[in-house]
Write a protein that binds this ligand. Structure first.
Ligand code: IPD
Ligand code: CA
Ligand code: CA
Length: 271
């Protein structure tokens, strides 16, 4: 079984489990990680353990980086073979019943380059898959990003994340918030990135994401014809210790970078 086949198998197995747990979400054990807005459920931990066990069974010497259980240490240099896992991206949505904006995200990375990726949305049972240079699919149907190039009509996904990041978000993304045609705050990086790959949105920006939040989504968007970068336009690399990301359909990328680099005036409400 190759890496993409394993990702697909694991996502099939775990998304049924997560869907069942979602139905009983009010009875789950929940704890705070870094304060009241950063929560961890027993499902995050159980799903990650299922995923990691499966990977280690098939590829015992591969590195695994994952959000929970002490596997979140980012390597200084890219390991030759590495898996990057977010067991549930959008835990707040999962707990609050915001259907279906949470996802399971798995990427396989070879020498620092994302080679295969999958994202499952348990409620709808949608499955997004991508392999480097082979395209991206949703439920086996090929994906293609939108061609919209006018930022003033574009749908831009922005995440405000935890309170500590809000100042940086408003400061850094202020020009974009003003210029974008429509704004949406999904609460799950993986779901937002799948929306770009599916031509439902044109761009996604975040000032503070970790590799497991975006690794799979980055490849899915790129293989659907989109583009990614850091907020300064430099290449988006998983292990470069930076956290700002811009992922788009490509057509609006330049306009977004121009807004990010331009000094902007504070935004006032119209008289
Ligand atoms: C979070 C989501 C959210 C983003 C946060 C992430 P989690 O992941 O992707 O949209 O704004 O920065 O931490 O905690 O739900 O896995
Ligand atoms: Ca996440
Ligand atoms: Ca998570």
């Amino acid at each position: 079984m190759n890496e993409l086949d394993l990702i697909e198998l694991i996502l099939h197995e775990t998304s049924g489990y997560v869907k069942a747990k979602y139905a009983g979400r009010t009875r789950l054990r929940v704890q705070e990680k870094n304060g009241a807005n950063d929560l961890l459920t027993e499902v995050d931990v159980a799903v990650q353990s299922q995923i990691v066990n499966r990977i280690r069974h098939s590829f015992p010497t591969d590195a695994v980086i994952a959000e929970e259980d002490g596997l979140d240490r980012r390597p200084g240099a890219a390991p030759p073979r590495c898996w990057v896992v977010d067991p549930i991206d959008g835990t707040q949505n999962f707990l609050r019943g915001l259907f279906p904006a949470f996802a399971i995200s798995i990427a396989f990375v070879r020498d620092g380059e994302i080679a295969a990726a999958g994202i499952a949305m348990p409620v709808t049972q949608d499955l997004y898959l991508a392999e480097r240079n082979c395209g991206a699919t949703r439920n086996t149907q090929p994906l293609q990003v939108s061609r919209h190039a006018d930022l003033g009509r574009a749908r831009v996904e922005v995440d405000f994340s935890l309170p500590d990041d809000r100042g940086a978000t408003l400061e850094t993304l202020g020009g974009v918030l003003h210029a974008a045609g429509q704004l949406r705050c999904e609460g799950s990086a993986a779901v937002a990135l799948c929306a770009i790959a599916s031509a439902e949105a044109e761009a996604y920006l975040h000032v503070g994401l970790r590799p497991w939040d975006y690794a799979a989504g980055q490849l899915i968007v790129e293989e659907a014809g989109g583009t990614s970068s850091r907020l300064d336009g430099s290449p988006l690399r998983l292990f470069d210790a930076q956290e700002g990301i811009l992922v788009s359909n490509g057509a609006v990328h330049g306009a977004l970078l121009a807004h990010l680099s331009a000094p902007h005036e504070p935004v006032h409400a119209p008289e």
